[in-house]
Design a protein around this ligand. Structure first.
Ligand SMILES: [Fe+2]
Length: 280
């Protein structure tokens, strides 16, 4: 009987997110933050700050496209923050319970909106700009560029020692269709101990459940049926395949995206299908 129970437990897929304590369920639940939590734990030493996000682009102001910040607690107990969202007092308190913010990462050119206030809030933290952006926008105050870390061109043999060997990175170069102009210019990360791939705009997973507003569903349809094929056919930049192989060489199963639901199992196959490397 015990053996059967153990086998059943082993077959149970891991949860996408862990239940947030009541103390952290302090905001309105939405499809983009289903627990209404300030911080949601997804893996050991990995949390998401899940937030609604309404773009300022014409026609999208009323559409919640969702936005997630990822927080990793490094082996030395300090916090590594990816794609920061708006800071508020509840988030400040929740982070202070976890550790000291020492690393602020802006992973691509799109998710830079809150970089400056975070850098001001945590002046002792190292802050990292996506490749090329520090030179273009010095006023933000990034101390370093992720490009400096890519000693092998698109990836790094030795990420910063302060990351404690817990984080890998790979630069995935894209471009505006039919030009050589970078578009998102994203750097992808993997948290080694939890086998979590952390992506920004490379992959999204908008749910289609009933509680998702119609406008968000339309956005998902556009991303899936218009943006995705354009990306896969026309937007892969130099060394893209080399980067893809590097990322697939990371040991991950879970995917933590900035947009939509995380995936708790089979992450490599999910990403490969999304990028048209295997059949959907
Ligand atoms: Fe995005």
């Amino acid at each position: 009987m015990l053996a059967l129970a153990s086998a059943a437990l082993a077959l149970t897929p891991p949860p996408v997110r862990r239940p947030a304590p009541a103390l952290l369920r302090d905001r309105q639940p939405t499809w983009s933050n289903p627990q209404g939590a300030t911080l949601t734990q997804i893996r050991e030493d990995v949390w998401l700050a899940e937030r609604p996000f309404y773009p300022t682009l014409p026609g999208l102001q009323g559409t919640d496209v969702g936005c997630k910040m990822c927080v990793v607690r490094l082996p030395d107990g300090t916090l590594w923050v990816h794609a920061p969202v708006a800071l508020d007092d509840a988030l400040r308190r929740a982070l202070a319970e976890l550790g000291e913010v020492r690393h602020i990462v802006t992973p691509n050119t799109e998710h830079q909106k809150w970089a400056a206030p975070w850098i001001l809030e945590f002046p002792d933290a190292a802050s990292y700009a996506p490749p090329g952006l520090r030179e273009k926008k010095p006023e933000v105050g990034w101390k370093r560029s992720l490009e400096e870390l890519c000693d092998l061109g698109v990836t790094s043999s030795a990420p910063p020692a302060e990351w404690g060997g817990a984080i890998q990175l790979c630069w995935l170069k894209d471009r505006v269709p039919l030009t050589s102009v970078p578009f998102f210019n994203e750097v992808v990360f993997a948290h080694v101990p939890s086998r979590t791939l952390i992506v920004t705009d490379l992959w999204w997973n908008y749910p289609s459940s009933d509680d998702v507003p119609t406008s968000s569903k339309i956005w998902k349809a556009a991303m899936d049926n218009i943006y995705r094929p354009v990306y896969n056919r026309l937007m892969r930049g130099p060394n893209w395949d080399e980067s893809y192989d590097t990322i697939m060489g990371f040991d991950f199963d879970y995917i933590a995206p900035c947009h939509g639901e995380p995936v708790a199992t089979d992450g490599k196959a999910v990403l490969a299908r999304h990028l048209a490397k295997i059949a959907s």
